[in-house]
Design a protein around this ligand. Structure first.
Ligand code: ATP
Length: 365
């Protein structure tokens, strides 16, 4: 968030959407602060775009209210809302130079050509495209075109910029580059960004806060660290980042920790939801928290395992092992010198780095 924020607060107040018999968005309460970079993250079909359409104005809630800057948006035409929308498949006018593409919305508002040109050049500087103002769209790369689309959306001075998977058509390198660019543009302009994505990497790297959605319901709202380190439920734990999941039953609890019986043995782990002895639960353990033990090394939680394979990922490798009839993954730093582990091994983890959550729906992504 920035000090010079020009954005407006967004409020969903028990807003829901029903298409015939199908409830696409359950009654939702959500507040997005002015000048915030806010992402809505979730699997395909979970209702992200539907939620965004309530802001852009192409849909009204079936029940409840949606407010921007304190004003209800229900029944307000998209053209007079303080929002601008950027789609995944942006369309520039092929026969207009870049600066005219950027200034298009201003012509509609009756600005003179000279004023439009000045404003377009100013916006092209914001997205680092000053040198390309006189070129035609066909002369630009995919990422440059995407930045033109952003400049065009900014031209009408929206208080809220809505971005619907704007990077999904770009290749990996460009996508990573554009993440940093978008974040910078947002910080410079202070406009509230609402960013829809199914890509957790995008959501975690750019956002001040993230809402994780599943089946029309917001599962958790929090900072990227909250979402990753303190998932609210089994769905968030499995949808965001990689994790190992061990099903079992709580045997006993003490001071924020619990002992859980699983087919792989009994383990101690954090019990943030205060589950009780006898409760069915799932123990979540990130691959980077699982350690390879030296022979004879003692640890709080010990898992005998057998190496199945090693997947090279570049800076690290993923070791896939079998333990108690289940596959587990752990990350190993890759230094290219030591021989990778094989055969029978022992793994360990500390109780505070694993988390026990109630049994619930998990992501199969
Ligand atoms: P994706 O990432 O695939 O775009 P999404 O999370 O944006 O997915 P939405 O487009 O919001 O999902 O759709 C949510 C659900 O509502 C889907 O099951 C979809 O089929 C349904 N849906 C969306 N629009 C309509 C409509 N006009 N009529 C009926 N059902 C709809």
């Amino acid at each position: 968030m920035t000090d010079q924020s020009t954005g407006k607060a967004i409020e969903f107040d028990r807003a829901s959407v029903r298409f015939g018999q199908f409830q696409a968005v359950q009654p939702t309460d959500l507040r997005i602060e002015p000048g915030e970079f806010f992402s809505i993250l979730g699997p395909s079909g979970c209702g992200k775009t539907t939620l965004l359409r309530l802001l852009s104005g192409f849909l009204d809630p079936t029940a409840g209210d949606v407010r921007i800057g304190g004003q209800s948006m229900v029944g307000i035409d998209p053209s007079i809302r303080p929002t601008a929308l950027i789609f995944q498949n942006l369309a520039l006018f092929p026969l207009m130079p870049i600066w005219e593409n950027v200034a298009f919305g201003l012509e509609m508002r009756g600005w003179s050509r000279a004023r439009r040109r000045d404003r377009a050049y100013e916006l092209l500087a914001t997205v680092a495209l000053s040198d390309h103002a006189e070129k035609m769209p066909a002369q630009l790369s995919g990422g440059q075109k995407q930045r033109v689309a952003i400049a065009r959306a900014l031209a009408v001075e929206p208080s809220v910029l809505l971005l619907d998977e704007p990077l999904s058509a770009l290749d990996l390198k460009l996508r990573q580059h554009m993440r940093a660019e978008l974040k910078q543009i947002q910080a410079r302009t202070g406009i509230t960004f609402v960013y829809i994505t199914h890509d957790q990497g995008e959501a975690l790297t750019m956002s001040d806060r993230v809402a994780v959605m599943n089946r029309g319901r917001i599962m958790q709202v929090g900072s990227p660290d909250d979402i990753y380190d303190r998932p609210a439920n089994a769905f968030v734990a499995t949808f965001v980042g990689e994790t190992n999941a061990l099903a079992g039953k709580l045997a006993s609890t003490a001071e924020g920790l619990a002992l859980m019986e699983t087919p792989l043995g009994g383990f101690r782990a954090a019990n943030p939801k205060g589950l009780r002895a006898g409760d069915e639960a799932i123990l979540f353990l990130r691959p980077e928290k699982l350690r390879l033990l030296a022979p004879g090394e003692a640890t709080e939680n010990h898992i005998p395992a057998r190496v199945l394979r090693r997947d090279m990922e570049g800076a690290w490798s993923t070791l896939v092992v079998e333990a108690g009839g289940q596959e587990l993954k752990l990350h190993l730093a890759h230094d290219g010198r030591e021989a990778p582990p094989s055969g029978e091994i022992a793994l360990g983890f500390s109780a505070t780095e694993a988390m026990i959550l109630p049994k619930g729906e998990m992501s199969d992504d």
